[in-house]
Design a protein around this ligand. Structure first.
Ligand code: PMP
Length: 287
């Protein structure tokens, strides 16, 4: 049996969940999304995700035709209808049907789609072994072009960097900004540890204000680590004691190699492990 998908005002069978060819979400990547986790039947950090969704919408003049309360109710109904206990929600708002031209103002009916399903994580051994990353040549979008804070349906920039990684035999890529400072991974935020100080690029460097990032920064402070948002260079990554990525899907995952150079002893480091365990404990605590 297929999934039940929320389309605007109600649930429909997966086979009936259809969207027009003329939706500008498809034609132009004109829309926004959120990826959200369900742990133990509870939606994790829902308020933070919704706040980011409405902020992204405002930034691109997209009207989300449901208020946060209604949207919350519809998300919960979708999770329940699909009996998701441990899973992932994809919340999408597209610009809606328009003409073949890209003028967004002709699109009068933005579309809300909610998918709740199970999630395929990196396999457990990848968390044990850690990821190999490369520095991508593809840079993060210039903030005066498309703000990296907008979680838009247009991911080609990230996809090109991900391709560089995969074609180059790595798992992931680090994206730098137009100034040569580290921004983030292709779908995750990046942290390093140097002399027990935990460092991550500021959002001004092109890092999405990741929900996982915010939680992990708080956990680092609560664990008495010095936590700094700081511009980082390739040199900083190459000389880091530890590195890890954070994201809704990947949670907290160690990085053990960058640009062919081993990080630390080639295994996820102690701070990475501690923060990963604390993050997982938080997801299990139902907060
Ligand atoms: N950066 C990018 C580009 C992302 O797409 C994501 C989420 N997929 C993240 C960072 C991590 O954000 P979050 O912790 O909110 O999932």
């Amino acid at each position: 049996m297929g999934l039940k998908i929320w389309m605007n005002n109600g649930l429909v069978e997966e086979a009936e969940a259809k969207i027009s060819l003329f939706d500008h979400g498809l034609l132009y990547g004109d829309g926004i999304f959120e990826g959200i986790r369900v742990y133990g039947g509870k939606v994790f950090q829902l308020e933070a995700h919704l706040e980011r969704l409405y902020t992204s919408a405002q930034a691109i003049c997209l009207q989300v035709k449901q208020d946060p309360q209604t949207l919350t109710g519809n998300i919960l109904k979708t999770v329940e209808a699909n009996r998701i206990v441990e899973g992932y929600i994809r919340l999408i708002v597209t610009r809606g049907v328009g003409t073949l031209g890209h003028n967004p103002l002709v699109c009068k009916d933005s579309q809300i789609i909610i998918v709740a399903t199970t999630i395929q994580l990196y396999p457990p051994e990848t968390y044990e072994k850690g990821l190999k990353v490369i520095s991508a040549n593809t840079i993060r979008m210039h903030p005066q072009s498309l703000s990296p804070q907008i979680k838009s349906l247009n991911y080609l920039n990230n996809i090109l960097a991900k391709l560089e990684a995969l074609k180059g035999g790595a798992d992931e890529a680090v994206m730098y900004n137009h100034l040569g400072c580290v921004a983030e991974g292709t779908a995750d935020n990046l942290f390093i540890v140097k002399k027990k100080i935990v460092l991550t690029p500021p959002h001004a460097a092109g890092a999405l204000i990741g929900i996982t990032r915010q939680v992990v920064m708080k956990l680092a402070v609560e664990s008495s680590y010095e936590m700094r948002e700081k511009d980082l260079t390739r040199f900083d990554l190459h000389t880091a004691d530890e590195m890890f990525l954070t994201g809704t899907a990947a949670e907290v995952i160690g990085v053990v190699q960058i640009d062919g150079r081993q990080i630390g002893n080639g295994k996820p480091g102690p701070v990475t492990k501690e923060l990963r365990e604390k993050y997982l404990a938080l997801t299990k605590s139902g907060q």
